[in-house]
Ligand binder design. Structure first.
Ligand code: CO
Length: 210
């Protein structure tokens, strides 16, 4: 696609086709948003949440950033999380990484990426936690891919550390948290980590007065 106008042309074509198949489609979706899922994914253009999960508009609430991070000072993420959990009442939150993630790769180098350093420092922290395991792997690509899995796991745990999730778990045993990794080679998703209200969370991060 060489020209941005093509996107607008595509949009017209898409809207027309949707109405041809289902004349009430837009009227129906206009007034309700009731998704069961919150997706926290990487901004990578090759990992579109709805396409790879076969979901449609209205079914999945999406937040994406570099390397699908859950950073506890990120007001953008926290606002999305608060809204998804307490207003949309999503049943599942999926943190989805992908093998070969550029954000994770960058964090495993010593290059200076300017302002992006501040973001990928959070990924370096994941590496530090799991360095013993990762350094046992021989191939650089294996190290990166294992880091992608462990990063997803740590981001799920970061969700569990928030008062938003702990309060929802206390009140309604929801949502359940899922850590997934998408494989660009075959388009398949691997499940790598799950977490729910009864699973272990370091007591250090538990609030007992929610
Ligand atoms: Co990525």
């Amino acid at each position: 696609m060489n020209h941005f106008n093509q996107l607008l042309e595509n949009n017209k074509k898409w809207a027309k086709e949707v109405v041809e198949v289902d004349p009430d489609y837009f009227t129906r979706l206009e007034h309700i948003q009731n998704p069961d899922y919150l997706w926290i994914g990487c901004s990578d253009s090759r990992v579109p949440a709805d396409k790879i999960t076969g979901t449609h508009p209205g079914e999945i609430f999406v937040h994406r950033n570099i390397a699908n991070m859950v950073v506890h000072t990120d007001i953008n993420l926290l606002a999305v999380l608060e809204y998804a959990v307490n207003h949309l009442k999503v049943k599942h939150i999926i943190v989805c990484g992908h093998y070969g993630c550029g954000g994770v790769k960058s964090a495993m180098t010593n290059h200076n990426f300017g302002i992006i350093n501040k973001w990928i420092r959070n990924i370096k922290d994941v590496y530090r936690i799991h360095s013993t395991e990762i350094e046992q792997l021989d191939q650089e690509s294996d190290k990166i891919n294992r880091m992608v899995e462990l990063n997803v796991q740590e981001q799920v745990i970061n969700l569990a550390k928030t008062s938003i999730i702990q309060k929802a778990w206390k009140e309604c045993q929801m949502p359940s948290l899922h850590g997934w990794v998408y494989d660009l080679h075959d388009g398949l998703i691997k499940t790598v980590f799950e977490m729910g209200p009864d699973d272990f969370l370091d007591p250090l991060y538990r609030f007992d007065d929610l």
